[in-house]
Design a protein around this ligand. Structure first.
Ligand code: HOZ
Length: 456
């Protein structure tokens, strides 16, 4: 499978673009001076200098690199440094950056107007495509972000069941709605604020918690309070405590318990949708939730979210039903153009076997490097989503993830940055491989990791 060419005129220069001169093996230290000065300037007008906390380098030290452009698997910062990118805009960029076909679809859509706040034919074909691809979707509503999707799905679940309580897992992150910032993973854990200030007690008191991969605890919770629980929301492959796969039978167990107590099962597939399989984790593991939340990949790099599922539940959403949810830019023609083009490419090309192979090669290589360097790193991977936890133990839940050596991860992160690889500036995030990550990108990453581990 050959990805379409990127829009920039110059071809990516992966193999020779590190800061290592292969002829004399000298290493020049990368300079980040322009990034630093822009970040310092930005910190005066933007809180913490970032528009989303996960972008800050607080957990790893130093100041964030400031991006100039991206192409294929590569990021380029304002100092002229290049990086093999494993953040992928936190998941959306499964086709790689600056795809020509996505770009063309965007230009074409923009020529017809950027927002109407009214119906379009394309939002209908996009909804049809989503319902065709994602097994549980009978009806779907477009929103603007993953946070909006989870917020709306939970309101709908509460309106449908006429119950107030919801269940999430420790370390699960489902966006920044009040009642979800309870023992939340991702940036909330990275920055030490798993329970955010500003959340009224009343909003959080109906959020119940269980450990990920713990069916017995979930069973017990439902035995105690099941008749009051509207929904259990979960990332079927946890991604916001780092990548943690569900153990055999776990998702089936959740399906059984929620059904038994008349609660809805909501899969937050913002990260896993169109990522771990075309139809997401529900296709991969063969479990059908009542509602599904989507984001990231469905926007093809533009802000899109969606929630959908059983028609009898979705029909409770206004204007059909009493659960209100709205949005000026929902179904925005640019976002839908980028999203639809991305999904059609994924559907036609089926890059998933290739993504799996590439990521397996990467992770196996990283594993071998870690074992040669005698540094314990525990790897989890599902398809093109993975995390290397700096510890010897197996990571099956949030407590396991938190046992990682975050200081060592921070040193590794900085060394990888110096060696031209951009990872998430946190131990508690998943990394993503795109179809633009070719052999040269993987080789370069493995070389960088060897150097980084040797420097620890
Ligand atoms: N789910 C993303 C990180 N785990 C969110 C990105 C953000 O918070 O900016």
């Amino acid at each position: 499978m050959t990805p379409s060419s990127p829009i920039a005129k110059s071809p990516p220069t992966i193999a020779n673009s590190s800061n290592h001169d292969e002829s004399d093996k000298t290493v020049s230290k990368r300079s980040f001076s322009r990034s630093e000065s822009i970040f310092t300037r930005g910190s005066k007008s933007i809180p913490g200098g970032v528009n989303s906390p996960v972008r800050a380098f607080r957990a790893v030290g130093g100041s964030p690199i400031v991006i100039d452009r991206a192409e294929g698997a590569m990021l380029y910062d304002v100092d002229g440094n290049d990086y093999v990118d494993y953040v992928g805009s936190w998941g959306p960029m499964i086709l790689g950056h600056a795809r020509k076909d996505v770009h063309e679809a965007l230009v074409k859509a923009a020529e017809k107007g950027t927002s109407f706040g009214a119906c379009t034919e394309r939002e209908v074909s996009f909804a049809e495509l989503l319902c065709e691809i994602v097994p549980s979707l009978e009806k779907v509503r477009l929103v603007n972000s993953g946070t909006e999707a989870t917020m709306s799905a939970l309101r709908l679940a509460r309106g449908f069941t006429k119950r107030d309580k919801i269940v999430k897992v420790f370390g699960g992150y489902h966006g920044h709605a009040d009642y979800l910032l309870v023992r939340a993973g991702s940036g909330a854990t990275t920055l030490g604020v798993p329970d955010s200030a500003g959340v009224p007690k009343g909003s959080a008191q109906d959020t119940l918690l269980v450990p990920f991969n713990d069916i017995a605890a979930t069973e017990q919770l439902f035995a105690d309070q099941g008749k009051e629980i509207a929904a259990l929301i979960i990332e079927p492959v946890a991604g916001n405590m780092g990548c943690v796969p569900p153990q055999d039978g776990y998702l089936a167990g959740l399906r059984r318990i929620t059904e038994q107590y008349g609660a809805l099962l909501i899969f937050d597939e913002v990260m896993t949708g169109f990522r771990v399989a075309l139809g997401g984790a529900q296709e991969l593991y063969g479990i059908t939730p009542d509602l599904t939340c989507l984001g990231k990949v469905i926007g093809g790099g533009l802000p899109v979210g969606a929630y959908g599922g059983r028609a009898d539940v979705m029909d409770h959403v206004a204007p059909l039903g009493p659960v209100y949810q709205a949005g000026t830019l929902s179904g925005n023609p640019l976002a839908v153009a980028a999203g639809e083009t991305t999904l059609r490419i994924l559907k036609t090309q089926n890059p998933y076997p290739q993504l799996d192979k590439t990521t397996a090669r990467l992770v196996e290589g990283l594993k071998a490097g870690a074992s040669q360097a005698d540094i314990p790193i525990s790897f989890n991977r599902v398809g093109s989503m993975w995390t290397g936890f700096f510890q010897a133990g197996t990571v099956t839940n949030f407590d396991d993830a938190k046992a990682s050596d975050t200081e060592r991860y921070a040193r590794y992160f900085s060394e990888m940055l110096q060696n031209g690889v951009y990872l998430a500036p946190s131990q508690f995030e998943a990394a993503f491989v795109s179809i633009a990550h070719d052999d040269a990108a993987i080789e370069r990453t493995l070389e960088a990791a060897k150097r980084a581990l040797a420097a620890l």
